[in-house]
Design a protein around this ligand. Structure first.
Ligand code: CP
Length: 326
């Protein structure tokens, strides 16, 4: 078990080794059990976390704030729009200053070709760890919760289990590409065969795909890409289908929406779920465009684990906060 976490940032999924992720999951399950038993676990008494948001959130905000309170500390919600960041506070200034006020700085900054750079710049100047609540490249806490959920449903040994990470149509907005990118780099380390399915214009970042292939080679698992949703779903143990924007194809939102609208058939519905294994689980980080991205029948159906998945955000994040901020 690797336990050297104190003071470390968690910005990219591979910032923690496989053994370190295993430690995080063990701590997360311990904290989940303690919460179920009503057993106090004030591991971060008197500690504070800055929760800096540049983008809206339901689950991330709620779970980080509740998590800090359950650990005996305090999570301070800070909306970038109502701070002097909107009048010019730099990433360096945020790192230097918040790093002195707080014991951790959690940031959600998803702006394309900016968010990850911003978080790393804050981290460079902060004496407190920086935790990535989602950037333009990664959503590592979502991925930890996803891994935890998959292990709860499919067992700790995930070798020869097949996950399809699929694009799905959405009408609401062009969603970030961070969730599928985190999934394809993290899941091969735990033995899963990964199939990435998306229309041709919805590529992920080439260096992230290369990293995923490298992890797949290292851990002796499969990594395949298909441009057919049906092909991707075949024989899957885990169906993880969500929308993302065509950010590698166009930066133009109108063109992006036009492209997105040309793939309305990419919905997760019962006939497509039938292509997967009968006991396949359906996952989505939420929010989902209901009856556009996924039918009510699937997301509310017996194979859906979306609420357990959302719950595990709390436990996984508490584990990382307790390990890095204590
Ligand atoms: N899954 C997720 O990150 O949800 P929020 O955008 O609501 O935080």
């Amino acid at each position: 078990m690797q336990t050297n976490f104190r003071g470390r940032d968690f910005i990219g999924d591979l910032d923690f080794s496989k053994e370190e992720v295993e430690t995080v999951l063990e701590v997360a399950w311990d904290l989940k059990r303690k919460r179920a038993l009503g057993e106090p676990h004030p591991l971060l008494r008197d500690k504070t976390l800055a929760m800096l948001f540049f983008f809206s959130s339901t689950r991330t905000r709620g779970s980080f704030e509740a998590g800090m309170a359950q650990l005996g500390g305090h999570g301070a919600f800070i909306d970038s729009e109502t701070t002097q960041i909107s009048h010019g506070d730099t990433a360096k200034e945020i790192g230097e200053i918040f790093g002195r006020y707080f014991d951790g700085i959690a940031i959600r900054q998803c702006d394309w070709d900016f968010g990850n750079k911003y978080e790393n710049e804050v981290a460079k100047y902060s004496r407190a760890p920086v935790l990535n609540m989602q950037c333009d490249i990664y959503h590592p806490f979502q991925c930890l919760a996803d891994l935890m959920t998959i292990m709860e449903k499919k067992g700790r040994d995930l070798r020869r289990k097949r996950i399809v990470v699929s694009w799905a149509y959405a009408a609401s907005y062009l969603k970030p590409i961070s969730v599928p990118q985190s999934l394809i780099v993290q899941m091969p380390r735990f033995g899963m065969d990964v199939v990435l399915a998306h229309p041709p214009e919805f590529n992920l970042m080439p260096d992230i795909v290369e990293q995923a292939k490298e992890q797949a080679r290292k851990y002796g698992v499969g990594f395949d890409i298909t441009h057919s949703m049906e092909e991707g779903f075949k024989d899957a143990d885990v169906v993880y289908a969500k929308s993302w924007g065509p950010l590698l194809t166009t930066a133009d939102k109108v063109e992006g929406k036009r492209l997105q609208d040309s793939y309305k058939s990419w919905i997760t519905d019962a006939p497509k779920m039938k292509l997967a294994k009968p006991d396949a689980i359906y996952m989505h980080p939420l929010p989902a465009d209901r009856n556009i991205e996924v039918t009510d029948e699937v997301i509310d159906g017996p194979n859906s684990v979306v609420y357990d998945e959302a719950e595990n955000r709390l436990h996984a994040q508490k584990a990382v906060m307790a390990l890095t901020m204590s």
